[in-house]
Design a binder for this molecule. Structure first.
Ligand SMILES: Nc1ncnc2c1ncn2[C@@H]1O[C@H](COP(=O)(O)OP(=O)(O)O)[C@@H](O)[C@H]1O
Ligand SMILES: [Mg+2]
Length: 251
């Protein structure tokens, strides 16, 4: 479980997050939705310490992230898996080397142990016989799977995904969403997914927070979202559906 209390983030005099208080639940896919520029990425990066918050507190299962020293933060990083925009794989490394990277960096395991773990993770995302390929030699959907395998290599308790479906066709998007949802339950992780895709919301939105211009406007479940009355959220849902229609028609 990750809790934020009145998180404010500004860059110079530009206020981006205007006091976000919420709880991201353990063992669930927690979605952050909102239009482009609403502050989703800034929030995710603030949670993992890639941005320093201006004020407010973040708790990882009760542990104050703000109050942690460098050593504790480094230890916490090992409990975090990240899947950031794009797949962010290393182009010159093979699939296997990409997945092994966090193990090389953060563990003292032998090559044998690491290879066994890499293969477990690649199996989990249903990627077989791809170990020796380069990212450029596999499809976009497969690259995402490699990135997921890498994100779970260290058995994280927390998984952060920023727009995991960007650049994927609708069918592959569903497969990736389902995979994220399954591993969240299987490993009882606290998973946070940024998205502006209503298909993802209705597919895996166990807990949803809608942010608008850096403020939390609504939170609830996918069953509740269909009944909600909030002008900005309704606009967001409408725009998303419209976008999907345009995308479907253009195929
Ligand atoms: N490093 C930065 N410096 C200044 N402004 C930033 C920085 N990163 C993001 N922003 C601004 O913060 C706002 C929210 O951005 P972002 O979190 O990327 O939105 P989203 O992910 O919801 O599309 C945008 O107006 C963006 O320009
Ligand atoms: Mg973003």
């Amino acid at each position: 479980m990750i809790e934020t209390v009145d998180v404010i983030k500004s860059f110079n005099d530009k206020l981006v997050l205007k006091g976000i208080s919420t709880v991201f639940e353990k063992g669930r896919t927690n979605l952050i939705i909102g239009q482009s520029g609403s502050g989703k990425t800034v929030l995710l990066k603030s949670l993992v310490g890639l941005h320093d918050v201006t004020s407010g507190e973040i708790f990882y299962d009760g542990r104050s992230f703000n109050k942690m020293g460098r050593k504790d933060r480094k230890a916490l990083r090992q409990e975090i898996g990240m899947l950031f925009q794009g797949s962010a794989l290393f182009d010159s490394m093979t699939v296997e080397e990409n997945v092994r990277f966090p193990l090389d960096m953060l563990t003292n395991q032998s090559l044998e142990e690491k290879t066994a773990r890499v293969n477990e993770c690649l199996d989990r995302v249903k990627l077989e016989n791809a170990n020796r390929k380069l990212p450029s030699e596999v499809s976009g959907g497969m690259q995402k799977r490699v990135a997921i395998a890498r994100a779970i290599a260290l058995n994280p308790q927390y998984l952060f995904c920023d727009e995991p479906n960007s650049g994927l066709d609708p069918r592959t998007s569903i497969v990736i969403d389902e995979l994220i949802h399954e591993i969240t339950h299987e490993f009882n992780m606290t998973t946070i997914v940024n998205t502006h895709d209503m298909n993802s919301v209705m597919g895996i939105g166990e807990k949803i927070m809608f942010i608008y211009e850096g403020e939390k406007h609504w939170e609830g479940t996918k069953d509740e979202i269909v009944h909600v009355q909030n002008e900005q959220l309704e606009d967001f849902i409408f725009a998303s559906k419209l976008f999907q229609k345009v995308r479907e028609n253009s195929k």
